[in-house]
Unconditional design. Structure first.
Lengths: 356, 379
């Protein structure tokens, strides 16, 4: 019996190829590729679809007043209670970047009112910063020589200072008070003699805003010296303000809501009561916000308001003078000088007494 | 007598063969000696043929049984086994790259694996990084275009996690789920930057506050548009209400359309299988692998501040905007990173404000205390 090798190998190859061929053809015929997936819709990812609407930029602060030199005292409170509305006093990623200190820093609380103070000084007026009751010169002393007063934190005024400001306002001293959300109680405490009060909560607007629900757009409710030429102002965080008998000077849009009630409606955020103007936000004074919308126009109007009018005839009585202002926790020595009981308070008052 | 034997036997041979075929071995045995007696080689060849044939048939039968036994389980399995598989993919904890990879890998596998006919997402997450949430969103959307994808939420299915499951065909929630929705983003408040001689451009150390604000709103709008794109028909709230970013209870979510119905993973698996048309199904559960951290990795620096860190211990910074529900904020970024209010003040300031409000004229002391607590950072 002889084996035909050629036939055997040929038969093997034939059968092998047949098997592989059937597998290949079968694979092609029977294979179903993974199902075709639909691509993910991305039209709504285009920047045009999702970019928030913002207000105009590039406004400038201009004063129209031609009044001779006035003195404006500016009170900003402590650092932590300083100007709100986005002036962060937190170091931003510069904790371990000493190189930044070589050429300067972000600046203290005074930067928060820089557009206003710059406009005042540019137009020949004097600006003096009051750093709190612990500083050398009492507020009453400064106010006796002043024509106008600005505070961004009425809650940071001591009782004595608040009384001095009240007397100043009564005597016709033009005063601007800005009070951020959270300061309603302090504002009411300060403003109630003039019929001004703050409401708890904040106003927000999900529809008409400057890229954030807190950045509400407010409009004048009617003609007035504070709002001349103002069409729209952006406030980064608006506290509702009310006044007895008076309607608001600035109010939010009807689409805004009050945080505490969530009720939609127009909320007053600024009032004017004779020589006192109160605005429920201090952020519009900041350098970053002064150019947004008509904020610059409002700042110019505020500056005009502060320096326009007769000089206030204010008398602070016997308390006026050295030691007239008694900060809380301080005792009055027989000589009438003030002795703070806690020296550290002086050291920890970072705003210091700055005069410009 | 013996000479007649061969002729007489020859006609008998077919009979013998038939007997062999019927297995009558006694006859075959008896005939073998007679064949041996008749002649030499020829008789032996016949014997060999007979033995080989019988043997071969026997061996073939045995082999056939063995082969049958080998194939039978497969055939039995094919006849009685499941028609398909429902993959259960877990989305758990804070959403970072590892979470997104887990979900994306398993959903890709579900699409390419013929046996997987449906997917159920088992969700308990309060969100995390927006882009990773978006990555899962895309994977879920792609998978839902070829097979049923259902999601089942127990306690948390909020913020980034809600974005991820929004493209699912149906969303099941536990009635006592505590956070469903929360369509928005959060991070630290926009703040300006001081001059920094170490950077090559003013925005290298951070954009200006307006740009920060706009970009944050852009991220929120992307989120809102994604949700409206996927569930605009189901959700009964308008865009403004969605943008309020509230996180709803399960029972509320079913009412307002953020979810479709009450249910848990088992119910979702059964319904997804039914939707895929498989009565008899297997369940393949894909849990998050253990090395995956349960929260975004954090690094504590020497000065006590905590920053969010990437996988390679690369600091991502605490300025990241996160899609995280309030309920999951602490577990995502820890207690030490505080979501500041728009003013960028520390909580101590809020306390101070409260104290001022209540203490009235005592404001100065309170303020100074707060200043001391803050260390006078702004100066």
């Amino acid at each position: 019996m002889s084996v035909d090798l050629r036939t055997t190998v040929g038969a093997f190859a034939l059968v092998f190829l047949a098997v592989v061929g059937v597998a290949a053809v079968g694979g092609v015929v029977l294979d179903d590729a993974p199902p075709e997936t639909e691509s993910v819709a991305d039209d709504h990812w285009q920047l045009d679809s999702v970019e928030p609407e913002t207000v105009s930029e590039g406004g400038e602060v201009e004063m129209e007043s031609t009044e001779p030199s006035n003195t404006v005292v500016v009170h900003l409170g402590g650092v932590t209670a300083g100007v709100g509305g986005g002036t962060s006093i937190l170091p931003i990623e510069d904790g371990d970047a000493p190189a930044g200190a070589d050429i300067g820093s972000l600046g203290g609380v005074q930067r928060g009112v820089a557009p206003l103070t710059a406009a005042l000084v540019e137009n020949g007026h004097e600006v003096r910063f009051y750093g709190g009751a612990a500083t050398a010169e009492p507020l009453s002393s400064m106010l006796s020589d002043a024509d106008a007063f600005v505070t961004t934190t009425p809650g940071a005024l001591s009782a004595t200072d608040a009384d001095a400001v009240e007397s100043f306002v009564d005597a016709g001293g033009r005063t601007l008070v800005t009070s951020d959300p959270g300061g309603a109680g302090a504002l009411t405490d300060f403003g109630s003699p003039f019929g001004v009060y703050g409401e708890a909560g904040y106003v927000y607007d999900m529809e008409n805003n400057d890229a954030n629900y807190l950045s509400v757009l407010v409009e004048p409710t009617g003609p007035g010296t504070l709002t001349a030429g103002v069409e729209e102002v952006v406030l980064r965080g608006a506290a509702p303000i009310g006044a007895a008998g008076d309607s608001a000077t600035l109010a939010t849009a009807e689409t805004s809501r009050l945080s505490t009630t969530r009720e939609a409606g127009s909320y007053g955020v600024a009032v004017r009561s004779d020589s006192l103007a109160v605005i429920g936000d201090s952020s519009f004074l900041e350098p970053e916000n002064a150019g947004r919308a008509d904020n610059g126009v409002l700042i110019g109007n505020v500056a005009d308001f502060l320096v326009t009018g007769p000089n206030p005839d204010v008398s602070f009585g016997p308390a006026t003078g050295t030691g007239g202002a008694v900060p809380p926790g301080a005792t009055i020595s027989p000589g009438g000088t003030t002795t703070p009981t806690d020296p550290s308070e002086n050291e920890t008052d970072p705003s210091g007494n700055a005069t410009a | 007598m013996s000479s007649e034997d061969p002729p007489s036997r020859t006609p008998d041979e077919p009979t013998d063969d038939a007997e062999v075929a019927t297995g009558d071995r006694s006859t075959a045995t008896r005939s073998a000696p007679s064949a041996g007696r008749s002649s030499g080689d020829n008789a032996d060849a016949t014997l060999l043929d007979r033995v080989e044939t019988r043997h071969a048939v026997g061996v073939a039968a045995v082999l056939a049984v063995a082969a049958g036994l080998l194939v039978a389980p497969g055939v039995y399995g094919a006849v009685t086994g499941p028609d398909g598989t429902v993959a259960v993919v877990e989305i758990d904890g804070s959403i970072d790259s590892a979470t997104a990879q887990h979900v994306e890998d398993n959903l890709r596998d579900a699409r390419t694996n013929d046996s997987i006919e449906a997917v159920v997402l088992e969700v308990n997450s309060g969100g995390g990084l927006p882009a990773q949430s978006e990555r899962m969103y895309a994977a879920v959307d792609r998978t839902a275009s070829v097979m049923p994808v259902y999601a089942a939420v127990d306690t948390l299915g909020a913020s980034g996690a809600y974005l991820a499951i929004a493209p699912a065909d149906r969303i099941y929630v536990a009635p006592s789920a505590q956070a469903v929705g929360s369509v928005g983003v959060a991070g630290t408040a926009p703040a300006p930057n001081g001059p920094n001689a170490g950077t090559t451009g003013p925005d290298k150390s951070g954009s200006d506050p307006d740009t920060q604000r706009e970009r944050r709103q852009t991220l929120a709008n992307l989120f809102i548009e994604n949700v409206i794109e996927q569930r605009g028909d189901e959700i009964e709230l308008d865009r403004e209400a969605i943008a309020h970013a509230d996180a709803y209870l399960g029972t509320e979510a079913v009412e307002n359309g953020f979810a479709d119905e009450f249910g848990f993973v088992d119910g979702a698996v059964a319904d997804a299988a039914a939707e895929a048309g498989i009565d008899d199904y297997a369940v393949d559960t894909r849990r998050t692998e253990s090395p995956v951290p349960t929260s975004i990795p954090l690094l504590e620096r020497d000065d006590g501040t905590v920053v969010v860190a990437g996988g390679a211990e690369e600091e991502l910074g605490d300025g990241l905007v996160l899609a995280v529900a309030p309920a999951a904020w602490d577990e995502t970024v820890g207690d030490d990173v505080v979501m500041t209010s728009y003013t960028g003040r520390l909580p101590a300031d809020g306390d101070a404000a409260d104290a001022e409000t209540t203490a009235g004229g005592d404001g100065d002391a309170t303020t100074d205390d707060a200043a001391a607590a803050n260390g006078g950072d702004g100066e």
